[in-house]
Design a protein around this ligand. Structure first.
Ligand SMILES: NC(=O)c1ccc[n+]([C@@H]2O[C@H](COP(=O)([O-])OP(=O)(O)OC[C@H]3O[C@@H](n4cnc5c(N)ncnc54)[C@H](O)[C@@H]3O)[C@@H](O)[C@H]2O)c1
Length: 338
């Protein structure tokens, strides 16, 4: 399968690596609006400079491609992705689906109307930690999940669009964790309470910290606390998670998974306290491909077989509705019902 990658700086590096590692996918060309980045990346990755174009229409006129990989900042997603879909080319696109909910809906509608695949890179789903958590929950021995709590604290100095946008934590980062809540709980959000704030030392223009409570349609409760301006004791990028289940607790902390099972329920005199098994570390599962490599292979298989991926634009719109619902709850100071 031959692809055009749009945006080859920044996160484009991860995709250049994934495509170059893939035995099935190769490059037809590239689109990059910054000539210095184009030159530097051509040198770093031994790319053919004659197929690096300044716009997607120019690239589509000059080279034959089967699909487009869109790794531009969110404000360019709608224009580029809808252009490719309407040209009949499937798109594998970075999260967030778009810069605004309306733009995301326009992409999902274009994918639906054209019948062309648009797949969103929710790469956090395809990591050993998150796949292990999902597998333990699916095995069912811990019973139903009543509540999940996630916490995420980092202090990255990226520069660029994240430091200018409103709600950088929620829209650009925590979207991964909110999408993971949908993945882990197997359902969609219904009601949101949320507040956001910017610590006095923040280097972000928009709020870089938030606390969120979400009721899911299946009855599960999810709480989230996070900051992108934490000054110390950072968590993993995957966040720390605690699942309160009917027959035990699952922790995913510091990229390790631990389970403690309930053995018996304390009842009446002399047995007031529940009995538990010892906490047990769960080995992380081995994955043949992770992250971008997994997503690229999944996309390749869907495109060649005429199928779908797990995170199509039509599915991912529910993650976007959750994320932008959280933004509305923060900005409006009122609970939001989806
Ligand atoms: N999934 C993840 O873990 C993850 C991590 C980082 C970034 N991202 C996402 O990747 C996307 C890009 O982020 P980034 O950090 O790479 O941004 P960036 O600004 O660092 O890089 C974007 C690149 O695209 C180029 N570009 C911008 N507009 C273009 C256009 N219209 N046509 C062609 N090229 C264009 C820029 O010149 C630059 O090379 C965002 O949606 C971001 O949220 C995802």
């Amino acid at each position: 399968m031959k692809v055009i990658q749009v945006g080859i700086g920044g996160m484009g590096n991860a995709w250049l690596g994934a495509v170059q590692r893939s035995p099935q996918v190769e490059y037809a060309g590239f689109v990059e609006i910054n000539p210095e980045i184009a030159r530097a990346q051509a040198h770093a990755y031994s790319l053919d400079q004659s197929v690096i174009f300044a716009s997607l229409p120019a690239a589509l006129e000059q080279v034959d491609a089967d699909a487009v990989i869109n790794i531009t900042p969110p404000q360019f997603h709608r224009e580029l992705t809808v252009y490719a879909l309407e040209a009949g080319l499937p798109v594998l696109q970075e999260k967030p689906l778009a810069g605004t909910l309306d733009e995301a809906r326009a992409i999902a509608a274009a994918a639906e109307d054209t019948g062309v695949l648009c797949s969103v890179a929710q790469n956090y789903r395809y990591r050993p930690l998150t796949q292990t958590v999902k597998r333990v929950l699916e095995r069912g021995e811990l019973g139903a999940v009543a509540a999940v709590a996630a916490e995420f604290y980092k202090g990255p100095h990226f520069g660029g669009f994240r430091e200018e946008m409103s709600h950088p934590l929620i829209i650009d980062m925590s979207i991964h964790h909110f999408d993971l809540m949908r993945f882990f709980l197997g359902g969609d959000a219904q009601t949101i309470h949320a507040v956001s704030w910017n610590p006095p030392w923040s280097w972000f223009a928009g709020d870089a910290s938030a606390a969120v409570q979400i009721s899911f349609a299946n009855g599960a409760q999810a709480s989230y606390a996070g900051s992108w301006c934490s000054q110390a004791l950072e968590t993993s990028w995957n966040a720390n998670w605690r699942f309160e289940c009917e027959r035990g607790v699952l922790l995913a902390r510091d990229d390790r998974v631990t389970v403690q099972r309930l053995l018996s329920v304390g009842e009446g005199p002399g047995a007031l306290v529940n009995q538990h098994a010892l906490p047990e570390d769960v080995p992380l599962i081995d994955m043949e491909r992770e992250g971008q490599d997994y997503l690229l292979q999944e996309f390749y298989e869907a495109v060649t077989a005429g199928g779908q991926t797990a995170t199509t634009a039509q599915d991912n719109i529910h993650t976007m509705e959750l994320v932008f619902g959280i933004v509305r709850a923060c900005d409006g100071g009122q609970p939001v019902k989806l």
